[in-house]
Design a protein around this ligand. Structure first.
Ligand code: PGA
Length: 281
């Protein structure tokens, strides 16, 4: 397979910097985080998304609106039904009402710890699209699968099953996140070359599913131990259109430093990070 260097320049697609807070931050600390981040990222050209605990969505969305901020709030999971007797679950329309604009689906922690399978995730992706939430679909292989040379097969199966029966014109609204499970929370990120190879494989397979034009428009994010010092090298890759960040998104300072890398990567000269925190690029 080709390296992907000749595929459409990634900067024709927007850069997404997405924080995944997991089960961290109370309402109070979420608002403190926003208070610190909002003024720093007003000029950012990348799309800044924060996937936060359910309880923080409403208060953060309100704060963002009041401050006329470009930050977008979303959820980390939801149920596929529109409503019903599902104790402890949450529906897409409830998230939308609270102010969420996107939802992470199929994160490996949901798959591994809560036994979510591709069919369930597919139903959730469809529900999110129907009810007005942009899905961020996570896929990725285990270290064993990579050692066994199964990576592409695993990615292909996850894409086929999680995106089953979704028409090409709707695929464009899906953000894909490649998250090798061995890289999540381990401080062992994929090298930019390994990530690029998998992203390129995904884009070629998306072209088979929805056509080349759709695949070229779709943004593919990388997640797994993204830090300030590896963000730029990852974003330099032609098929890496953004980053899904766990641990390093919990501090407004670190998250903003990663956003600064994305600003530099976009190549727009008039984009500067906040002068207090801008880092040397
Ligand atoms: P990490 O998490 O950045 O802490 O590795 C990434 C994720 O789980 O999305």
């Amino acid at each position: 397979m080709e390296s992907g260097k000749e595929s459409m320049a990634s900067r024709e697609r927007p850069i997404y910097i997405v924080g995944n807070w997991k089960m961290y931050h109370t309402i109070q600390t979420s608002l403190e985080f926003l208070n610190e981040l909002i003024p720093k990222v007003r000029e950012a050209v990348c799309r800044i998304y924060l996937a936060v605990p359910f309880t923080s969505i409403g208060p953060m969305a309100k704060d963002i609106e009041e401050n006329d901020s470009n930050i977008v709030i979303g959820a980390q999971n939801m149920h596929n039904a529109s409503e019903g007797a599902f104790t402890g679950e949450i529906a897409a329309k409830m998230l939308v009402e609270a102010g969420a604009e996107f939802v992470i689906l199929g994160h490996s922690e949901r798959r591994r710890l809560f036994h979510e399978d591709n069919a369930f995730i597919n139903a959730k992706v469809k529900r999110a699209l129907t009810d007005g939430l942009q899905p961020i679909l996570c896929i990725g292989e285990t270290s064993q699968e990579r050692e066994d040379g199964m990576t592409n097969e695993v990615l292909k199966r996850q894409l086929t099953e999680c995106l089953d029966d979704i028409p090409a014109e709707q695929l464009e609204n899906v953000l894909l996140s490649y998250e090798p499970i061995w890289a999540i929370g381990t401080d062992k990120p994929a090298t930019p070359e390994i990530a690029q190879e998998s992203h390129h494989f995904c884009r070629e397979f998306l072209a088979e599913l929805g056509g080349k034009e759709v695949a070229d428009k779709m943004s593919i994010l990388y997640g797994g131990s993204v830090k300030v010092d590896n963000a730029k090298a990852l974003l330099d890759q032609p098929d890496i259109d953004g980053l899904l960040i766990g641990g390093a998104s919990l501090s407004a300072v670190t998250f903003n430093e990663i956003i600064s890398k994305a600003a530099a990567e976009s190549g727009l000269e008039d984009v500067k990070a906040d002068s207090d925190t801008a880092v040397e690029l």
